[in-house]
Design a protein around this ligand. Structure first.
Ligand code: BDR
Ligand code: CA
Length: 329
């Protein structure tokens, strides 16, 4: 049997983060080396506790180490809570038991660095929260960018409106400075943004399938019901987007999205446009920026950017995959 490739999931659980973890395990494609938490949907201590509880609920607490993320964004005030979508403590109405594993002293950023050395050229990193941990790793050792095989993250809005402000997506808005560090670093990135994730919705019929699938998906179904209700309350209709699971899906198969090559520059200076991801397709618009050597150099740092859904239906894959890794309760 060929060994499964190593991956780290860096998350701020968060309901769709929790679903992303179960989906990742359900694919059976990856060797999950660490589950690194980061503040975002909730303050860092809460997302850490949620991450621990999730590894227990998904029966991997003995195998997958959980690490604590940065306590706050790189330069800004602590993370603002997204409880309106994810529930008071981030996991809907659940109070899950803590993992029995020991608390580990190594921070999320340190683990990312260590694993990038241990699995140089092989490690995939998938981030489904603010990019604080990844930025800290890069600031400590810029070589992280070339040791990582692939970096896929959920965040940004390339050609569509934002979801936290008119122009910004939540994860990038939460720590725009970190996002700019990461996207200017040369790391081989794929940005799974709202342009793609808003096309993969989970509706009542899909939820019914997961509810009927038995106790292994009961927790996921309860979380999804809360998430769907939140989207309904916020004018999102009768379905919720599968933001974070989609990023995990794209780690293995880019045909879930339609992507283009280009630079992404993050606006950080103004509060009005904070976290806006300005997408400049490779080869386009260069002439307008030619007078600025700094900007020209910045625009030469490119990655893959989702501009819409791809040929493969992610919602379908998600509903089929989740029951393959039954959780507890
Ligand atoms: C992102 O924001 C968070 O609330 C979700 O977990 C997801 O990562 C979507 O904009
Ligand atoms: Ca998230």
């Amino acid at each position: 049997m060929t060994p499964r490739p190593p991956i780290v999931l860096d998350s701020d659980p968060g309901i769709d983060d929790a679903l992303a973890l179960q989906y990742l395990l359900g694919t059976g494609l990856w060797d999950l080396k660490a589950y690194t938490s980061v503040g975002g949907n909730l303050p860092a201590e809460q997302t850490y506790l949620n991450a621990r509880a999730l590894t227990r609920a998904l029966r991997v607490d003995a195998d997958v180490p959980v690490h604590r993320g940065a306590g706050r964004p790189l330069t800004r005030l602590p993370y603002t809570s997204a409880s309106a979508f994810h529930g008071r403590a981030g996991l809907g109405n659940e109070t899950l038991p803590d993992s029995t594993a020991a608390h580990l002293p190594e921070s999320s950023a340190r683990v990312l660095l260590r694993l990038s050395r241990e699995y140089e050229g092989e490690l995939t990193v998938c981030a489904t929260g603010p990019l604080t941990n990844v930025a800290i790793a890069l600031l400590e050792d810029p070589g992280f960018a070339r040791r990582v095989r692939k970096f896929v993250f959920m965040g940004g809005a390339a050609q569509v409106p934002g979801n936290i402000t008119p122009v910004a997506e939540f994860n990038i808005w939460a720590d725009p400075d970190a996002a700019e560090v990461v996207l200017s670093s040369g790391i081989p990135f794929t940005m799974v943004d709202l342009d793609a994730s808003h096309h993969f919705l989970l509706g009542p019929a899909d939820l019914a399938v997961l509810e009927a699938a038995g106790t292994g998906t009961a927790l996921a179904a309860r979380l999804l019901r809360v998430y769907m209700d939140a989207y309904r309350r916020h004018g999102g209709g009768d379905a919720c987007p599968l933001h974070d699971p989609l990023a995990v899906g794209v780690c293995a198969d880019e045909s879930f999205i339609t992507a283009a090559e280009g630079a992404v520059v993050v606006e950080g200076a103004s509060e009005l446009t904070r976290g806006k991801t300005v997408f400049v397709p490779s080869g386009a618009h260069r002439v307008y920026y030619a007078d600025s050597p700094t900007l020209s150099a910045r625009l030469a740092v490119t990655g893959r950017v989702a501009l819409g859904p791809g040929t493969r239906d992610f919602t379908r894959d998600f509903v089929a995959t989740l029951p393959r890794w039954p959780g507890v309760g």
